[in-house]
Design a protein around this ligand. Structure first.
Ligand SMILES: Cc1cc2nc3c(=O)[nH]c(=O)nc-3n(C[C@H](O)[C@H](O)[C@H](O)COP(=O)(O)OP(=O)(O)OC[C@H]3O[C@@H](n4cnc5c(N)ncnc54)[C@H](O)[C@@H]3O)c2cc1C
Length: 485
């Protein structure tokens, strides 16, 4: 009997757990370690943040689903990996710490044959002074954060209803933050809700971002086909912001926040401040902070992880100037280069470099988005990692038949821009591939036939449909495996 241990039950880890169990059946064990007892469909947190959904609608308890499927589950956090065991233990293991129950604060070692690190991002609010829900800004990165954001947004709305002007600041809270798409989506939903209440004249909504130009989204922007012509995402995003009455500040690295005041530097080297009554700023992302130890208990963290805690996989990490970045630098099977039985899936893997052009301010501060890994690639990577491990266990192969490089994979992104069966809106963007391939597609960097952008009511229906469809799949209801990632 082989054991597959999965760290993290987010989009990537949960997908991997479901697929691995389906492939491996009762003869092998699949175990999941995750600190949150709930699965959450993160993309719908945006709607919690504007009061249109409740946390209950985006989450469900993992334990009953795992019990039904025969997957072992422990509510705990992984703190270290011991890929060669130690002096007393032959098998590789992960040290976990329990967070609740009788075993709270106790540690335990969990052995594995195959390990999938799918621990996603650590929301690194501490990298920016004053940032985050415990300090002066809000977040929509978790359902708890989004609930708090909605509470604070309601205060703003009620002040506007009394005729008081409010300043809302939405965007990125660190010079190297990613996930611009989520913040963009939140800004549009806020604008839509304000418009619905006929309060636009009292709202000043400002987008603040480390992007060099609008529509970069951390993927170096894109050219999209729209209504028969080709347009850069810069124009696409600018026209949407104009329509929604949102101003923008670009090339901005937020360095500090105080109550009602954000400090930022721009690429021209100038330092500025921006006052706000409500701010939702995405923090920088880091790896989960796990350590790694050799058999002799020497710290080998830096051989397995890169400096920010994300895991090294089969990517080309050789430092290269922007002009030499290559689609082939991106990993395709997400295996550790040092260990044949360790993989990283979703946001937990270290990308070889950014997708957006690196930029420095005149003072030498690096201000550019780091690469996003959205839900679709995270799910696909979780699936192919589980499929390859299942192949190894069931057939003894050493090959990886299933591959999913982000430079060969497309992604669809549905950006909600207002909620409502008759009046809702969403911008639908598909890009192929996610990472530009300038050798294969010298003109546009991507296949223009599959890189499209449209906005309308149909997009809203699609987004709502995806919410229910992906939660159905995550609950492993009948025929769940027929639903793609
Ligand atoms: C507000 C918002 C909106 C978004 N909207 C979209 C969208 O519309 N479309 C889209 O494609 N993408 C969207 N994304 C991105 C998408 O949510 C992520 O790409 C996806 O969640 C990444 O999956 P993951 O499994 O790598 O990480 P996560 O989903 O974050 O899961 C990580 C898991 O690991 C667990 N974990 C953390 N540390 C440890 C540890 N030490 N030990 C064990 N477990 C651990 C966590 O509790 C969690 O269960 C959005 C993101 C945000 C924040």
């Amino acid at each position: 009997m082989a054991k597959v241990l999965i760290l993290g039950a987010g989009i990537s880890g949960h997908t991997a757990a479901l697929i691995a169990k389906r492939r491996l059946g009762k003869n092998h064990e699949v175990e999941v370690i995750s600190p949150n007892s709930n699965y959450q469909w993160v993309p719908s947190n945006i709607w919690i943040g504007v009061g249109l959904m409740t946390p209950k609608q985006v989450k469900f308890e993992l334990a009953p689903v795992y019990k039904r499927l025969g997957i072992t589950y422990r509510q705990a956090v992984a703190i270290s990996i011991h890929p060669d065991g130690d002096k007393n233990v032959v098998k590789p293991y992960v040290t976990i710490e329990y967070l609740i129950g009788d075993k709270k604060d106790t540690q335990e070692n969990v052995e594995y044959d195959y390990l999938i690190n799918a621990t996603g991002p650590k929301l690194n609010f501490n990298a920016t002074e004053g940032l985050g829900p415990e300090k002066f800004t809000d977040s929509v990165c978790t359902y708890q954060h989004a609930s708090r954001a909605w509470e604070n947004l309601q205060i703003c709305l009620s002040k506007m209803e009394k005729g008081e002007k409010q300043r809302l600041l939405i965007g990125t809270g660190h010079p190297l933050a990613t996930c611009q798409g989520a913040a963009f989506e939140y800004s549009l939903n806020i604008a839509f809700e304000i418009n619905k209440r006929k309060l636009n004249h009292l709202a000043e909504i400002t987008w603040i971002s480390n992007e060099y130009e609008l529509g970069d989204f951390g993927m170096g922007g894109a050219y999209v086909k729209r209504g028969g012509y080709i347009t850069p995402t810069k124009i696409f995003a600018e026209s949407i912001f104009k329509e929604y009455n949102i101003n923008w500040i670009l090339g901005a690295g937020v360095s500090k926040v105080e109550e009602g005041l954000a400090y930022y530097e721009t690429l021209d080297g100038e330092y500025h401040t921006k006052e706000f009554d409500f701010a939702m700023l995405i923090p920088s992302f880091a790896g989960s902070g796990m350590k790694a130890y050799s058999k002799s208990e020497e710290d080998i963290t830096s051989t397995i992880f890169v400096a920010n805690g994300m895991m090294k996989v089969d990517a080309d990490y050789t430092p290269k100037p922007y002009e030499e970045w290559d689609a082939a630098d991106w990993p395709s099977v997400y295996k550790s280069p040092l260990y044949d039985n360790i993989y990283a899936a979703g946001i937990a893997f270290a990308p070889p470099h950014a997708m957006s052009k690196p930029m420095k301010s005149k003072n030498g501060t690096q201000i550019n988005p780091t690469p996003p890994r959205t839900g679709m690639p995270s799910g696909v990577i979780g699936r192919i990692v589980a499929e390859n491990i299942a192949d190894k266990i069931l057939t003894g192969t050493k090959d990886h038949k299933h591959k999913a490089s982000m430079s060969k994979m497309g992604a669809a992104c549905v950006v909600s821009a207002g909620y409502g069966i008759r009046h809702g809106q969403a911008a639908v963007m598909t890009v192929y591939p996610i990472v530009q391939d300038w050798k294969k597609y010298p003109k546009w960097g991507r296949d223009i036939g599959y890189t499209v952008g449209e906005i309308g009511l149909a997009g809203h229906w699609m987004k709502l449909f995806m919410h229910y469809m992906f939660l159905y799949k995550a609950k492993a209801k009948p025929f769940w495996w027929m639903i793609p990632e």
